[in-house]
Design a protein around this ligand. Structure first.
Ligand SMILES: *[C@@H]1O[C@H](CO)[C@@H](O)[C@H](O)[C@H]1NC(C)=O
Ligand SMILES: *[C@@H]1O[C@H](CO)[C@@H](O)[C@H](O)[C@H]1NC(C)=O
Ligand SMILES: *[C@@H]1O[C@H](CO)[C@@H](O)[C@H](O)[C@H]1NC(C)=O
Ligand SMILES: *[C@@H]1O[C@H](CO)[C@@H](O)[C@H](O)[C@H]1NC(C)=O
Ligand SMILES: *[C@@H]1O[C@H](CO)[C@@H](O)[C@H](O)[C@H]1NC(C)=O
Ligand SMILES: *[C@@H]1O[C@H](CO)[C@@H](O)[C@H](O)[C@H]1NC(C)=O
Ligand SMILES: *[C@@H]1O[C@H](CO)[C@@H](O)[C@H](O)[C@H]1NC(C)=O
Length: 399
């Protein structure tokens, strides 16, 4: 009885101390001023793209959001292709055509944060760059190029033309004089960032530093046919509906079916421009699509079963195996973590919550790689997924 009481008391004391320490951590955090508000940026509609047939699903012109650079960032350009899954059937695409994922008519100003932040203390290496956030409104990962438009649906499958037309517009805006340039693609747009990486480089013959980055878009083809099915079927449907085959790399399509050329491990080795891959080995979207939808939920609950852990370990090995080898990190950089999340350059790009692996965080590792300061090929050794909020102090998470 006495023992129990003492134990209880010690417990209460420990909890109390823990709370105090936690508050102290928060105060310190406040003092270093990580408060970063973000900001809205209006859309720029590329009207003259319509005459080139470069249009969103509903036939409206494509659009992007542009924030000019300043200070020594005036010659630095970030072009970011945004993601948002795919539409693989006429019904899905019709649905999209009535939203900002298929029509510029529905696009509202975009919230710029993370790598778009203009605050030096929270985004030290990119805060003053010119920033272009390209809206994804074709549903086919910027690969579609179908001439025919069915009058019954008026759906346009023209993602490849959108990339071209938007680039022409942005080049004229000043990108053509860039000193440094970076093409990023997130999630579904990770693939076009790889597909167009060398073309982006060729458009900038006088730019000393041109590199590309895939943000959580390196979705692999696993060996188990049942697990591989969802991505393969989806890509097959995209090729058929969007007429993507002729946009895909010929070096790949002459060897295998076009849908297989959507898998990065089948085409990345041909890219001559330096490429960086930032992604969790247990990327939420990849594991939910490949293993089964919802397998990620046990990660946050901390109650994954032995069976689930086995699936995670097997998947991770295949993922690491499909990555470019780390033997030339200047040409192929990587930052592979173990968190249960998906995409990082907007929502997880702040000293507050950036992913850290072995004391090196993604913001620093990537910037060092981009600026040729240091090339570290980062792979988290943990072979099981961790919570998205791992290592983030609770007080940091308050809005
Ligand atoms: C940190 O700053 C925010 C906003 O200024 C404030 O609401 C909060 O109370 C501060 N936290 C602590 C622990 O001082
Ligand atoms: C159409 O959009 C609605 C709302 O976004 C969604 O709930 C529904 O599942 C979509 N249907 C198809 C076929 O994609
Ligand atoms: C594939 O997609 C279906 C339908 O969206 C989903 O129910 C399933 O969990 C996914 N994964 C696998 C491995 O079949
Ligand atoms: C699995 O992850 C995807 C991508 O983040 C998400 O859209 C989906 O809701 C998740 N599924 C479940 C059941 O949590
Ligand atoms: C796992 O933990 C979460 C959070 O505590 C809980 O909601 C969920 O029901 C648990 N799942 C199982 C299978 O026990
Ligand atoms: C990470 O922190 C930034 C800056 O406070 C915040 O805007 C963002 O929403 C946070 N990300 C997540 C996923 O909570
Ligand atoms: C490069 O990064 C590695 C790993 O973080 C570090 O050990 C090394 O000191 C860095 N080198 C330089 C020159 O900064």
């Amino acid at each position: 009885m006495m023992m129990a009481k003492t134990f209880q008391f010690v417990c209460v004391l420990i909890c109390f101390l823990a709370i105090i320490i936690n508050i102290e951590a928060c105060v310190k955090e406040n003092a270093t001023s990580y408060i970063d508000q973000g900001y809205y940026v209006e859309k720029t509609v590329v009207h003259n793209a319509v005459s080139k047939g470069a249009v969103c699903l509903d036939g409206s012109p494509p659009a992007y959001h542009f924030e000019p650079g300043f200070g020594d960032g005036v010659g630095k350009w970030l072009v970011h292709l945004s993601g948002g899954a795919w539409c693989t059937t006429v019904e899905e695409c019709l649905n999209r055509s009535k939203s900002d994922f298929g029509s510029s008519n529905y696009m509202k100003p975009w919230w710029f944060q993370g790598i778009y932040s203009k605050t030096r203390s929270v985004n030290p290496d990119f805060y003053n760059w010119n920033k272009v956030f390209v809206r994804y409104c074709d549903g086919g990962a910027f690969t579609g190029n179908a001439e025919y438009v069915d009058p019954a649906t008026n759906l346009h499958f023209r993602g490849a033309r959108i990339f071209k037309a938007v680039m022409e517009d942005v080049l004229a805006k000043g990108l053509k004089n860039a000193q440094s340039a970076l093409l990023i693609g997130s999630s579904a747009a990770g693939y076009p960032a790889m597909l167009y990486c060398d073309r982006f480089h060729k458009l900038l013959p006088n730019t000393p530093r041109v590199k590309c980055m895939v943000d959580a878009g390196y979705f692999i083809h696993v060996k188990d046919p049942h697990q591989a099915r969802n991505f393969t079927e989806m890509y097959k449907a995209i090729v058929n509906l969007h007429g993507s085959a002729k946009t895909l790399p010929k070096s790949c399509t002459k060897k295998m079916k076009p849908e297989m050329c959507f898998f990065p491990e089948n085409m990345q080795h041909k890219i001559k421009t330096p490429l960086y891959i930032a992604m969790s080995a247990f990327d939420k979207f990849q594991i939910n699509t490949t293993i089964y939808d919802g397998i990620n939920t046990c990660i946050e609950g901390g109650n994954c079963t032995a069976t689930e852990n086995k699936l995670f370990r097997e998947f991770r090995l295949e993922f690491l195996n499909a990555l470019p080898k780390g033997n030339n990190p200047k040409l192929r950089g990587a930052f592979i973590d173990a968190r249960n999340h998906h995409t990082q350059v907007q929502g997880w790009w702040s000293p507050k919550n950036v992913t850290t692996v072995k004391n090196l965080n993604l913001m620093k590792a990537f910037a060092d790689w981009y600026y040729d300061r240091n090339y570290t090929y980062v792979i988290d050794e943990r072979d099981l997924p961790i919570s998205a909020m791992n290592d983030i102090k609770p007080c940091d998470t308050k809005k």
